[in-house]
Ligand binder design. Structure first.
Ligand code: ZN
Length: 397
């Protein structure tokens, strides 16, 4: 028989599974909660009784015809109390801050965007700007500061999860911008900074846990190259939150020069600017140069086709290493640069075939997920809720 500490741990996990099921699929009857979560009726009854006590969920009778029992009685359903807690999600990208307020049931309760000129956000001013924007968002949504239990921030660039710092970002002038400490001084919420690809990974798992399963890899091909690892049922971020730095791991010793200053990184071959190089320089916009390169390939220009095939080959070798190391069930490619995938696919397959022993070159799927900017916000909300669901004992506690 498991000892008390184990039993407590199991109960916390089951409680969090029930809360997540209600957030994803609610309102639900107890019997459906049992079917969805695989928990016994006794466990569902006992945990939902606690949650009702803690005012995290509420019961109601549904009179809708489709919800009635076979005897025509209204059914008793459970749902999350949307006002029990709130989380704030913040996304920092070049010249822009986007904020979302999400209620306990997972619905958006308020949004606020702010634009900045180049150089306006610095390592000294950013925390103050964030604090004012969060306060403004809460005032507009008429939500009290104490109802906000989690604040998450994702920044383009490199973040240090442990210290809650943005190490560097193309959106901020200066380095080592403290975020978590100043926010936590003002708001009583738990604050976290995260990496954008990790949040996409969370969002994909949240959207379809069955499809993505317990072990999958996300590769973000965008301005740069990011990776997210979901291993054994949870996001893996390493000892210091810096795991899965695939973009700046080495593909070819002394290879092409990378923006980080080293030579031969995957990003030196797969960043948007590297993928665009086959098109004439466009001094105004890297995105339009990238589009020009895609157009050249679509028109069948041999040099563009060869360029993308070569990039696909590099990517195939890279994925071969990841597959050999962690044996994922699925690899998801996403980001705006996946537009080039139709021209990279042959190279990618060739790279995988040369980089992997035959025995390993099977049993995995590669998806190209259409790029959706909202993945990042959704992932942040999912991660904040997951933290909240383990320990939050109700409003006022
Ligand atoms: Zn590099």
């Amino acid at each position: 028989m498991p000892d008390k500490a184990d039993r407590d741990q199991i109960r916390r996990q089951n409680r969090s599974i029930i809360l997540q099921a209600l957030r994803r699929d609610g309102p639900l009857a107890r019997i459906e909660l049992g079917q969805i979560t695989g928990l016994s009726p006794a466990t569902v009854t006992s945990i939902t009784a606690d949650l009702l006590d803690q005012e995290l969920i509420e019961g109601f009778e549904s009179t809708e015809a489709k919800e009635q029992t076979s005897r025509g009685r209204p059914r008793s359903l459970l749902k999350l109390k949307s006002g029990a807690a709130f989380v704030v999600c913040i996304r920092l990208s070049i010249q822009r801050l986007e904020l979302s307020l999400v209620d306990y049931s997972g619905e958006i309760a308020g949004e606020l965007n702010a634009d900045f000129d180049d150089g306006e956000l610095t390592s000294d001013t950013t925390a103050r700007v964030l604090i004012d924007l969060v306060a403004d968002l809460l005032t507009r949504a008429k939500v009290t500061t104490s109802a906000v239990r989690e604040i998450g921030l994702v920044a383009q660039g490199a973040v240090e999860v442990e210290t809650g710092t943005i190490i560097w970002s193309p959106a901020i002038e200066g380095r080592n911008t403290a975020i978590v400490e100043p926010l936590q001084r003002v708001f009583s919420a738990n604050c976290h900074v995260s990496n954008d690809t990790n949040m996409i990974t969370e969002a994909l798992h949240w959207s379809d846990p069955e499809r993505y399963g317990n072990t999958f890899v996300v590769l973000l091909l965008d301005y740069g190259v990011g990776m997210g690892l979901f291993l054994d049922g949870k996001l893996f971020s390493g000892m210091n939150g810096k795991a899965a730095e695939f973009g700046h791991s080495n593909h070819a010793p002394d290879g092409a020069i990378c923006l980080c200053g080293k030579k031969g990184c995957y990003e030196a071959y797969l960043s948007r600017s590297a993928l665009s190089q086959v098109a004439p320089p466009d001094p105004n916009c890297e995105v339009s140069r990238f589009q020009a390169a895609i157009d050249m390939a679509a028109e069948g220009k041999a040099e563009a086709l060869a360029h993308f095939r070569q990039a696909g080959h590099v990517l195939g070798f890279g994925l071969a290493r990841i597959i050999a190391l962690i044996d994922p069930a699925r690899i998801v490619l996403t980001g705006s640069s996946t537009k080039a995938m139709p021209f990279m696919e042959d190279g990618l397959k060739a790279g995988l075939a040369s980089g992997l022993i035959d025995d390993l070159n099977q049993n995995y799927e590669i998806d190209v997920a259409p790029w959706d900017q909202n993945y990042i916000m959704r992932g942040m909300a999912a991660q904040a809720m997951r933290r909240l669901d383990l320990d939050f004992k109700g409003p006022g506690k």
